[in-house]
Design a protein around this ligand. Structure first.
Ligand code: FES
Ligand code: FES
Length: 167
């Protein structure tokens, strides 16, 4: 006989997550991933869903300035951290594009654009900690971001342009 009192319900916690400078209260079972919060709860679809196993970087966001794959990050792991998505990149600078976004636009660092939010955020994280990276450092920083379209030439030009814009 099943003891009904022993049946477990999935635990649901209330988390407060800060995304693009705004605090959101989220009902979060332990299995809730950051990618679900960002896209499905908050409707911020600039963060892309693709492989969902940490291989492609399409879901890259910044957590306290560090790039993380939102598909592998549990919501509870980022409580108290400042999350930045592509929609929040130019926040505080009016409607203008962030210099890294401008560089990707000027240099044609995209084709279909699916990988671009992740590429831009990884580039921002790189240049924030290392404003004058070498080619190897650029390649290393973008090694977790896959692009199926461009062949990476335009993307690397865009990163070099972003370096110039930051000088
Ligand atoms: S969707 Fe997260 S790494 Fe591919
Ligand atoms: S521009 Fe299409 S995947 Fe990179």
């Amino acid at each position: 006989m099943i003891d009904k009192t022993m049946e477990s319900k999935p635990a649901v916690n209330r988390l407060t997550l800060q995304v693009n400078g705004t605090d959101y209260e989220v009902e979060a079972p332990p299995s809730l991933r950051l990618l679900q919060v960002i896209r499905d709860h908050l409707g911020l679809t600039g963060t892309k869903r693709s492989c969902e196993i940490g291989r492609c970087g399409a879901c890259m966001v910044l957590a306290d300035g560090e790039p993380v794959n939102a598909c592998l990050t549990m919501a509870y792991q980022v409580q108290g951290k400042a999350i930045t998505t592509i929609e929040g990149l130019s926040a505080g600078e009016g409607e203008e594009l962030h210099p890294v976004q401008r560089a990707f636009l000027e240099e044609g660092g995209f084709q279909c654009g699916y990988c671009t939010p992740g590429m831009v955020l990884s580039t921002k994280a790189l240049l924030d900690r290392n404003p004058e990276p070498t080619e190897e450092e650029i390649e290393e920083a973008l090694s977790g971001n896959l692009c199926r379209c461009t062949g990476y030439g335009g993307i690397k030009r865009a990163v070099r342009r972003a370096i110039e814009l930051g000088r």
